[in-house]
Design a protein around this ligand. Structure first.
Ligand SMILES: *Cc1c(COP(=O)(O)O)cnc(C)c1O
Length: 429
């Protein structure tokens, strides 16, 4: 079969203008090994964005592969609705163990978007059942990203993705990222009608790796406590080591009321998500059946056993390989490697926290598709990256070797140089 032909004939790719797609030769990834992807012609590429921010320990990790095969020999799927199974139970226990203090309850789903939706519904229903039905609103940050389903888009703030859908969305209050005084004003005025503040801690990923000032998260937590508003932290991108600690909120000693996890939870192997809740929230849902305090939510593949087995193996690898301990010097090295690039005339700013890196280019006209050009230049040099507009993202698997990290940054620098040189002069930023 001519795969490229069949792709153009039948596929519709996410976040992709298909007209441009159909004009280009698709890169078809057939295999992967460690931190490299291998295409249908046998060419190898560094996986510079962890296969969309989710791969943690590399591809085909023997420990995780074996765990999935082992689970496959028992069963591929059984429902969590009215039944339970060992991998889901064991993973829930492990997640409660490693999560910030107080998060003892694990509700599974399948994607970051659903993890966020579920947190919103939990917060909303919690207040309703506490006799505070007027607490219906959410405070979200400007440029926030919590997924692509209608509820998660409602608390999102990236106009490029979201503005068209405005008529379908519920209304939210918007706070300026990093502005404590602004958050304080919003809460002073609206806390009586607010169910929760939802935010990505430390780094707003899809916003273009927007890094918050130190202490911001801590202060938002204190404000939420003062106004008795719940705090939902979306660690779908930042979780599982991406910022240098297992969870980003640890760095400010903060524990949320609800925590959203996905992307890296299975080491980047299979779709799985979890919304973690405190006992306080959990208990707010307890009652006699006819009181209807049940959380009426659940997806067919929720808590899939293969995915839970992969997640358990990934957590075991964190311990066995000392993933976080070995990451610290690589985070240092990445900073050193990026230094010369910060001085490049086409680079406006480099933002970074741990392994989450955004290289913001000067403002180029949309039709130049500068981010995409950089991607193509990087591809021809042996690295896969995917930018967010004109922000070139680097987020390799935590397991990447120091030489490969060097190679990734070098290719990225060359790609930025080649793409921006070939283009006309940028507009002023
Ligand atoms: C990717 C992402 C999501 C959405 O996750 P999906 O699995 O793509 O639905 C939600 N929140 C954040 C912070 C993300 O980065």
């Amino acid at each position: 079969m001519d795969l490229a032909f069949a792709d153009r004939a039948h596929l519709w790719h996410p976040f992709t203008q298909q007209r441009g797609w159909e004009e280009e030769e698709p890169l078809i990834v057939e295999r992967a090994e460690g931190t490299e992807l291998i295409d249908s012609r046998g060419r190898r590429y560094v996986d510079g964005v962890s296969s969309l921010w989710c791969n943690v320990h590399g591809h085909r990790h023997p420990r995780i592969d074996a765990a999935i095969r082992d689970q496959l020999d028992r069963m591929a799927h059984s429902t969590m609705l009215g039944l339970s199974h060992p991998p889901a139970i064991e993973l829930a226990r492990r997640l409660a163990e490693i999560a910030p203090p107080g998060l003892t309850r694990v509700f599974y789903s399948d994607s970051g978007s659903t993890a966020a939706e579920i947190a919103l519904k939990m917060a909303f229903q919690y207040w309703h059942q506490q006799g505070r039905p007027e607490r219906t609103r959410f405070i979200a940050l400007r440029d926030a990203y919590h997924g692509d389903t209608i509820g998660s888009v409602s608390v999102g703030g990236i106009d490029l993705f979201h503005s068209l859908y405005r008529p379908l969305l519920f209304d939210t209050l918007k706070a300026e990222p990093g502005d404590v005084a602004g958050m304080e004003l919003l809460l002073a005025e609206h806390s009586g009608e607010t169910a929760a503040v939802i935010m990505e801690p430390l780094v707003q990923g899809a916003a273009g790796m927007l890094v918050h000032p130190d202490g911001y998260l801590r202060q938002v937590r204190e404000l939420c406590d003062r106004h008795d508003v719940l705090l939902i932290l979306d660690e779908v991108a930042t979780g599982f080591g991406r910022t240098g600690t297992m969870f980003a909120c640890e760095q400010e000693g903060v524990a949320p009321d609800l925590l959203c996890l996905a992307k890296g939870i299975t080491g980047g192997y299979l779709p799985l998500a979890a919304t973690l809740a405190t006992e306080r929230i959990y208990e707010g849902f307890l009652g006699e059946f006819e009181e209807l305090r049940t959380l009426f939510h659940g997806h067919t593949y929720t808590g899939n056993p293969l995915a839970c087995a992969a997640a358990l193996a990934s957590l075991a690898v964190f311990e066995e390989e000392g993933t976080l301990e070995r990451l610290a010097p690589k985070i240092e090295l990445l900073g050193e490697l990026l230094e010369p690039l910060a001085a490049h005339p086409a680079v406006a700013e480099i933002r970074r926290r741990g392994f989450m890196t955004g290289i913001e280019l000067l403002g180029y006209p949309l039709e130049l598709r500068m981010g995409h050009r950089v991607t193509l230049e990087a591809r021809s040099r042996g690295a896969i990256i995917r930018p967010l507009g004109d922000v070139v993202v680097l987020m390799p698997p935590l397991s990447i070797s120091e030489p490969d990290l060097g190679r990734l940054v070098e290719i990225t620098a060359q790609a930025i140089d080649a793409a921006t040189r070939a283009a006309e002069q940028p507009r002023a930023a």
